[in-house]
Design a protein around this ligand. Structure first.
Ligand code: GDP
Length: 299
């Protein structure tokens, strides 16, 4: 339901036209494929992706001898679902204790809000959650996270602005260990300007976690803003060079008509989307699943 609501703008934009095309009894023509490709590109699915999708669906239609656009519809849908289906290491959130999540992404994408939503989600599942304010670069980041921690009602570990993020991570692992918390969520600085420093910083935090539990964070969650389109792609590329990203969180999906960016991003970094942000409140979070997403686009 949340996924459905969050793609309203996308659906009423370019995807609505695709849906209409593939609902009709119009014959399948070259123009149909050209138009599909154009609409996919217009919806930020990405040129290369759009071409591949069209080629594959077209080929399958020819094999099956389909004559009408409406017949191609389910093939198109399953091809779109396929594009979102990529592998990543998975750990059981239930049986892994503590479950450690490192959250990365540039400022302004909705990272803090997402952490609050995650904390709230795990808390609602009956988990003890600890937040770590390891974005020590901006004083505001610490304050903002504290504000959310208070609202959600979970403890947050922090130090003075400017302190060593590794030291904050260390304190946080201690606290998690001592309190036998279930989930540790670590915020990190989103400074892409200095990729090398960012890489070192993230590595250091990971090593602190490894030293304590002999495993790296289970999730390195890259937060991307769906409304930034191609810019989001550039960020995604840069972050995958600086960190071992395992999952994506796509925020503000509700705020864009070009939700097709989801396809482009997944293909670009070959990691699955785990969460989507569907609004500004603490409950506006949904677990992503490709099939529901594509179904919602075709409603
Ligand atoms: P940060 O700088 O990355 O930590 O970003 P914030 O968490 O402070 O969020 C930046 C802005 O985006 C705030 O105004 C949030 O309310 C808004 N925001 C975050 N997530 C979503 C979302 O899923 N949907 C919408 N519409 N707004 C969001």
């Amino acid at each position: 339901k949340k996924i459905e609501q969050s793609v309203q703008k996308t659906r009423s934009g370019f995807f609505g036209r695709i849906t209409a095309m593939f609902r009709s009894e119009d014959p399948i023509t070259n123009e149909l494929w050209d138009e599909l490709e154009e609409l996919l590109i217009a919806g930020d699915v990405g040129a290369e992706n759009a071409l591949k999708i069209v080629e594959r669906v077209r080929e399958k239609c020819e094999k099956k001898g389909f004559k009408f656009a409406s017949e191609a519809r389910s093939l198109l849908k399953s091809e779109l679902v396929n594009r979102l289906d990529v592998d990543t290491p998975q750990y059981s959130e239930r049986s892994t204790k503590p479950y450690v999540i490192l959250v990365v992404g540039v400022n302004g994408v909705g990272k803090t809000t997402l952490i609050a939503k995650l904390a709230n989600r795990y808390k609602a599942m009956g988990k003890n959650v600890i937040l770590a304010a390891a974005d020590t670069f901006r004083a505001a980041a610490i304050d903002q996270l504290q504000h959310w921690a208070d609202r959600v009602g979970v403890p947050m570990i922090s130090q003075q602005p400017g302190s060593d993020p590794g030291a904050v991570a260390y304190d946080a692992t201690q606290a998690t260990y001592n309190q036998q918390a279930d989930v540790l969520i670590i915020d990190t600085a989103g400074r892409l300007q200095s990729k090398h420093n960012l890489m070192k910083e993230l590595e250091k935090i990971s090593n602190v976690v490894k030293k304590r539990w002999q495993y790296a964070p289970h999730e390195v969650l890259l937060v991307l803003d769906a409304t930034t389109g191609q810019n989001g792609l550039i960020q995604a590329r840069a972050f995958t060079q600086a960190a071992q990203v395992t999952h994506l969180a796509l925020t503000k999906l509700d705020g864009t008509a070009k939700g097709g960016i989801a396809f482009a991003i997944v293909q670009e970094i070959e990691r699955p989307i785990k969460y989507i942000g569907t609004g500004e409140t603490i409950n506006d979070l949904a677990l992503f699943d490709g099939e529901s997403f594509v179904n919602a686009l075709f409603e």
